[in-house]
Design a protein around this ligand. Structure first.
Ligand code: NAG
Ligand code: NAG
Ligand code: NAG
Ligand code: NAG
Ligand code: NAG
Length: 425
């Protein structure tokens, strides 16, 4: 089985109009994707954030996310269902799903680096958002302790009628039952979908919504919908410059782009849900920057390498990679210009600049990022920052993470059973 990741550059037309349409119907196997700060999101901040505030907030969440991703690759443990409080706390993109019979609509965070299927349920103690009411669904079932799925949950216990499990992290914890019900994605019903029905959360930050993990581990949506979607999906993430835009998540092989660039996906047995790719080099302007090969190399043992992630906002590169890219970027922008910083971004300018292109060179696929995908401009236009950063240095970072800002406005196709891609011009 060959895995490919593909990028298509023709997807701008897929984002919808400027005025948010919050009641869009999801058609066929395509779901509308909205940013968590979108006017359509119930999780948006109660007061609109200023540019600086929202950038700094997203960046702060990224740091937690990076720590989470690094902790995943460092550990040998099997993939837990419902791992990663940080992801649930700060999802970037959300989709609508219907659960149960008759269907109850819930908003779920979309996450490519997680297998979790996680939904807050009725009588959940400590959950803060819309809850799923299992007692109102005729198709709801508890998963019994003997079921094979039960081996995949962390800290399992056996309740009166079902398997339950707990997660602890610092001072917080989540308790959930392993259950099954029909989940309807756009117009596709998926019967007997296995997920965690959250019954209790404690700690300072209860997860506000459910999670739709698009990782490819054993309990993931992909594994559970093998016949329906054949481990194929694509998304186009909306630009966060205008949170009014929406994007789409397209499930299954039908209607996927045919003219594509592709690069092989690499699999790390230690962390089966992550989508690793082989980033060979980075070009800034015409120059392929000088990076020690070990800083890019895929190493399943240490977890080092490069992943595509939909939950991190700004691309993070391990120090030697970031420094090489940044230094060449600064040199090309103009070594005499004053460089300022903003939060974790260390390459900002308060004057208009001419920006060099940045190209990620993956095996078989070069991706030159549009300016909107590498720069953050303040709303007033007075500050421009290179929207990437070094990996946090307080953790033992080995991962390069291609984040969602760098993916925005592209259709990114995860084609697990391999359809050959054609390179688009
Ligand atoms: C579904 O189709 C309707 C009518 O064609 C359209 O308005 C809507 O935006 C579509 N929804 C999605 C998620 O594409
Ligand atoms: C499922 O298990 C929960 C908790 O163990 C129990 O309260 C509920 O009645 C069970 N539901 C069904 C349909 O068996
Ligand atoms: C999980 O936590 C709940 C209370 O929060 C407790 O009743 C239950 O026994 C715990 N289950 C396991 C498997 O540790
Ligand atoms: C987004 O939508 C809101 C509410 O409809 C509107 O007030 C605002 O001007 C829009 N913003 C942009 C950038 O289009
Ligand atoms: C990608 O860019 C590199 C360096 O500029 C070049 O050598 C290579 O041929 C390009 N590969 C593809 C697939 O375009």
């Amino acid at each position: 089985m060959k895995l490919t990741l593909s990028l298509l550059f023709l997807s701008l037309s897929l984002v919808q109009g400027l005025n948010p349409k919050c009641d869009v119907q999801d058609n066929g196997s395509t779901l509308q994707v909205i940013h968590v700060f979108s006017p359509c999101s119930p999780f948006r901040p109660s007061k609109p954030l200023s540019w600086e505030e929202s950038v700094l907030q997203m960046q702060a969440k990224d740091t937690t996310r990076l720590q989470f991703l690094d902790s995943l690759v460092a550990r040998k443990s099997i993939v837990p269902i419902a791992s990663g409080r940080q992801i649930i706390q700060s999802p970037t993109y959300i989709v609508r799903a219907k659960i149960g019979t008759p269907p109850q609509t819930l908003l779920l965070a979309m996450d490519t680096s997680n297998d979790a299927a996680w939904i807050p349920c009725t009588a959940c103690d400590g959950c803060a958002s819309t809850l799923f009411a299992p007692e109102k669904s005729t198709t709801f079932k508890n998963v019994s302790c003997a079921a094979p799925e039960c081996k995949q949950v962390p800290n399992p216990g056996c309740g009166v009628s079902s398997r339950n499990f707990n997660l602890t992290y610092g001072s917080s914890s989540i308790a959930a039952n392993l259950v099954q019900d029909t989940i309807t994605l756009a117009t596709d019903p998926v019967p007997s979908y296995t997920f965690g029905c959250v019954s209790k959360t404690t700690g300072t930050s209860a997860p506000p919504q459910g999670l739709l993990g698009l990782g490819r581990g054993p309990l993931s949506l992909l594994s559970q919908t093998q016949n329906l979607y054949q481990s194929t999906f694509s998304y186009c993430l909306p630009s966060f410059k205008s949170l009014n835009f929406s994007g789409s998540l397209r499930l299954g092989p039908v209607a996927q782009p045919k003219r594509i660039k592709y690069t092989p996906l690499l699999k790390n047995p230690r962390r089966s849900s992550l989508y690793y790719v082989n980033l060979e080099a980075i070009r800034v302007g015409r120059k392929v920057v000088d990076i020690p090969p070990a800083a890019l190399a895929f190493n399943p043992t240490t977890g080092a390498g490069t992943i595509f992630d939909s939950g991190t906002v700004f691309t993070r590169l391990v120090a030697p990679v970031y420094v090489a890219v940044r230094d060449e970027f600064r040199r090309r922008v103009g070594p005499k210009l004053t460089v300022t910083s903003l939060g974790g971004f260390d390459t900002c300018y308060n004057v208009p600049i001419v920006v060099p292109t940045i190209t990620f060179i993956f095996t078989g696929m070069n991706v030159t990022l549009p300016q909107d995908n590498i720069l953050i401009h303040s709303t007033a236009g007075s500050t421009t920052c290179l929207a990437m950063a070094g990996a946090p240095d307080n953790v033992n970072s080995v991962l390069n993470v291609i984040a969602n800002m760098q993916q925005q406005n592209h259709r990114v196709l995860y084609d697990v059973p391999n359809s050959r891609g054609w390179c688009c011009s």
